[in-house]
Design a protein around this ligand. Structure first.
Ligand code: CMC
Length: 394
């Protein structure tokens, strides 16, 4: 074991080479395929960015049209697939349903019209997953609420279609507000990839055994669910609710977060890689201010969030440890303001991260140096111990 270096959480271990996403945590830089996140956030869309991440360049008009057609064709679920949702109890966590159903896609024949070349088939599979994850996500919510499913509408954009499947009623077609569509598009775009985070390294780990794309991404949904990763956006809202309902002041909440014995952390603060600021959080803060003003939202939880943000940014504990609000802090605030139910926040993160997972799965598969993921350990258990028959055990 002398040769094995212990690196808990792999903070200093490079497990792969990648040409997809560049991060400089000290300078707060994030680029997808070389394009600064600020430029993409300003000028691009989630669908275009998905293509960029997966295929390595911005699509031309013809390529984008083919991709859109593929997304539209793949949006509905097979009718038998729909019955799977009925097996879940109403109130089931949508992330549990999402993970199970992403895996289930592999059980259904695709309407794959690819010409047989690997490139074409992969493009079709990628579109199938990006499109179906949105339908599955909306159906998970409808199931959790005990509501009937809405078929996707081919006339709607990616985000507007999601909102329609989530919120339309048989007697009332949901028409999405353009500001809400833009805000959600931005949230998805900013979540689309983030190099070797917990869920993405899960995709690579599972994919390294040559498991299929659906199984690899289903495992990633599980990784994303945890409150230290994608589940942080839900944890932020739960924390704000607890503070507000419990009549706790922002100052007392900060005191609790600084006390390591309290078991309480300020959710939505801190990042393993960004040690000055999270560039996605910076963009979303601006968007949050704009959306909240445009929609005229008044919400006591948002006031609590503002107070925490303001006080933590001045507090030496947070400043010294370089703990700044992260993307989940503001995405949670925006999603609440635009009416996305809290239990769907992490599901939306999963929809956004899907292009990154697909791109990373593919990059690994194409790497001639790929090996099965198989970390080592430093054993700390007992030395050789002789078996004791049960009647002689204490
Ligand atoms: N509140 C209070 N103290 C904190 C926090 C926090 N949110 N985050 C880190 N610390 C302290 C921590 O206790 C430690 O203190 P000390 O040096 O005295 O022991 C120090 O800061 C370093 O923390 P760490 O746990 O070694 O940092 P990490 O890189 O292992 O963890 C993190 C990063 C994001 C898991 C952590 O900051 C955290 O738990 N944040 C809250 C959850 C959250 O918002 N997660 C979303 C991350 S961004 C998007 C995503 O990946 O999904």
């Amino acid at each position: 074991t002398g040769l094995i270096t212990l690196d808990p959480g792999y903070g200093n271990t490079g497990a792969c080479t990648s040409a997809i996403t560049f991060i400089d945590g000290e300078k707060g830089i994030l680029r997808y395929r070389g394009y600064p996140i600020e430029q993409l956030a300003k000028s691009s869309s989630f669908i275009e960015v998905a293509w960029l991440l997966i295929f390595g360049k911005l699509p031309n008009q013809a390529e984008l049209d083919v991709f859109r057609e593929r997304l539209t064709r793949n949006a509905p679920l097979h009718e038998s697939f729909k019955h799977h949702f009925e097996g879940f109890l109403v109130d089931s966590p949508p992330m549990a349903i999402l993970s199970a159903m992403v895996n289930t896609i592999a059980c259904f024949p695709s309407q794959n019209e690819c010409d047989g070349s690997d490139e074409e088939c992969f493009a079709e599979d990628a579109a199938r997953l990006i499109s179906k994850v949105r339908t599955i996500a909306a159906y998970s919510y409808r199931r959790a609420m005990g509501l009937p499913f809405n078929y996707p509408d081919p006339k709607l954009s990616y985000v507007a279609n999601f909102l329609h499947m989530m919120f339309s009623m048989p007697y009332d077609q949901h028409v999405a507000d353009p500001e809400v569509v833009d805000a959600l598009n931005l949230i998805l775009l900013l979540h689309a990839d983030h190099e070797q985070n917990c869920s993405t390294s899960t995709v690579r780990t599972v994919g390294s055994s040559q498991a299929n794309l659906y199984a690899s991404c289903a495992a990633a949904v599980g990784a994303l669910w945890g409150p230290l990763h994608g589940g942080a956006n839900v944890a932020v809202l739960e924390m704000l609710e607890k503070i507000h309902k419990g009549g706790i002041s922002a100052a007392d909440a900060l005191k609790l977060a600084k006390d390591h014995t309290s078991g309480f952390r300020l959710m939505g603060f801190g990042h393993r890689v960004y040690k000055n600021f999270d560039p996605r959080a910076k963009i979303l803060k601006q968007s949050a201010d704009k959306v909240l003003a445009q929609l005229g939202v008044k919400d006591p939880l948002l006031d609590v969030a503002r107070q925490l943000e303001e006080m933590a940014l001045k507090d030496s504990y947070f400043v010294e440890r370089k703990l700044y609000p992260n993307v989940d802090f503001y995405s949670g605030i925006i999603m609440r303001a635009i009416g996305i139910p809290t239990n769907m926040f992490t599901v939306l993160f999963a929809i956004g991260r899907m292009p990154g997972w697909i791109a990373q799965w593919r990059e690994q598969n194409e790497d001639p140096k790929r090996r099965i993921a198989r970390p080592r350990q430093i054993y700390t258990g007992p030395n050789v111990t002789d078996y004791v028959p049960i009647e002689q055990r204490k």
